[in-house]
Design a protein. Structure first.
Length: 115
């Protein structure tokens, strides 16, 4: 069994949002939901990886009002991870589907609120 620090989940999300949406922040809700999504993907691929939950690394991330950004001086390098783990974290289809589902949930809430 391998243990993956949650900080790598944060890096993957921040990198993706920066690349696709030009946003350099993520919400705690996104982190929690994507952590569950990635854990499910690890299980599906039989990778025997467990994501270590806990506080974020204050040397690398700044959290304010439920938003998280990466500090410029962050020393964590996602590319040091084994290829099988990195493939999951950088899976563009997984990330895209996650954000599509997240937006669909928001739309459903809006529709239900207006009915």
């Amino acid at each position: 069994m391998r243990i993956l620090d949650k900080d790598f989940i944060l890096l993957a999300l921040i990198n993706y949002k920066s690349e696709i949406f030009n946003e350099r922040y993520i919400s705690s809700t996104e982190v929690n939901k994507y952590t569950e999504c990635v854990q499910n993907e690890f299980n599906k691929r039989n990778l025997e990886v467990v994501i270590k939950l806990g506080n974020i690394n204050k040397d690398c991330f700044f959290e304010f009002n439920n938003l998280i950004t990466k500090k410029d001086e962050c020393y964590i390098n996602i590319n040091i991870l084994p290829t099988d783990i990195l493939n999951v974290l950088n899976d563009k289809e997984l990330l895209s589907n996650f954000y599509l589902e997240l937006e669909n949930e928001k739309i459903k809430k809006l529709i239900n609120k207006n009915n």
